[in-house]
Design a protein around this ligand. Structure first.
Ligand SMILES: [Zn+2]
Ligand SMILES: [Zn+2]
Length: 109
């Protein structure tokens, strides 16, 4: 089970709006004369970012496994930081580097 709170678009950083092509299971229960659709999906399901149209597997959008981010194009990646971006001339930094007050100039120098 993938939690939406753990998803982030690796291209634009979107965390709210996605479309998932679910390979969900439909349970047919003849006794109750109804069908129950289970909308669960796994890492191999196709996910589309509604903010930038980036489409990939859910596993690629998995926030937990995103290690680093490019300082130039802003791309999130599963690759380790400390190396080149691969998509541009930027450099990969830890995701934590971009949070908190990482961009605040040091005071009192
Ligand atoms: Zn996106
Ligand atoms: Zn880049």
């Amino acid at each position: 089970m993938i939690n939406q709170a753990d998803l982030r678009c690796p291209d634009c950083g979107e965390t709210e709006r996605f479309r998932v092509v679910s390979n969900g299971t439909t349970v047919l229960d003849s006794d109750r004369g109804s069908s129950i659709c289970e909308s669960d999906f796994d890492e191999s399901a196709t996910i589309e970012c509604l903010a930038c149209d980036n489409t990939d597997e859910v596993g690629i959008f998995d926030l937990v496994s995103q290690q680093s981010r490019c300082d130039l194009c802003g791309r999130f990646t599963h690759e380790d930081h400390g190396q080149g971006c691969g998509s541009c001339d930027g450099y990969l930094f830890p995701v934590d580097f971009f949070t908190a007050d990482a961009f605040t100039e040091p005071q009192g120098r």
